[in-house]
Design a protein around this ligand. Sequence first.
Ligand SMILES: [Zn+2]
Length: 282
Amino acid sequence: MDENTFTLKLTIPANTTGSLGKFRYLLFDVSVTEREDNFGDTFYSEIDVIDADAPAVIAATAPAKDFTIKTSDGKCTITINTAKAPALKEWAETKLASALVEWYPKIVAQLPSEGFTAPDHFKITLKPMDNVAYTAGQEVVANSDWLKNELNGEAIGSLIHEAVHVVQHYGYSSGKPGWLVEGIPDYIRWFQYEPQSHGADSVWLQKHLKNFPLKYTDSYRVSANFLDWVARKFDPTIVTQMNAALRDGTYEVGLWKKFTGKTADELGAEWKQEVAALISPK
Ligand SMILES: [Zn+2]
């Protein structure tokens, strides 16, 4: 948690018209909001202090409202907020919306588990921030500055990745290996949503992993490549099965042997050998 994040308590008098009075100083009573929860951010509103003799302030136009879309199967409502990223409004309403409308049901179909119903609504907020994107439950927040430069690149794919997190509906609690939690969204993104981008397949490995100490647990694209390899060679349902176990809390490393006949490390070694042969210069 950023130590510089504070809660601001400000008492506003009930009388909202007329003058507040004459002040020389404003005293802010501040304290740290949150130390434990990475997503315990506080929303700030704006406080304007205006000189009584200042020229009249022109009223700001109201920020664009949320807009909502329904997935192609009618089962999920997605709200997208571009109030802090007006430049992305049109892109969000057209390209992003149509990708999510089509793909959310596909993601849900691929990641079922007993007794589980995927979220029937979630929200995406686009705004300037430090990271690329994160998902906390049914709230996705993505960096509008980064997206703006990626409109013809990674923008939509990165939000397909986040939509998978919404469907996974679990975090990084104990026993859930992070490489698998992140490998699954990248597998769906790079091998199903946009295989033509070659973002995690052998083309990508050849370009990016020349001298890489390759491990199947390297997460994201590397783990996605491993999952694709296991799915093709051993069990096409491996991602569905592993995701269900992660969601149910029954994941354990022995499951790899159960589904493929080989331990995770045996699979990892075999995969690495194939990939190394592929990416080493002939
Ligand atoms: Zn992720």
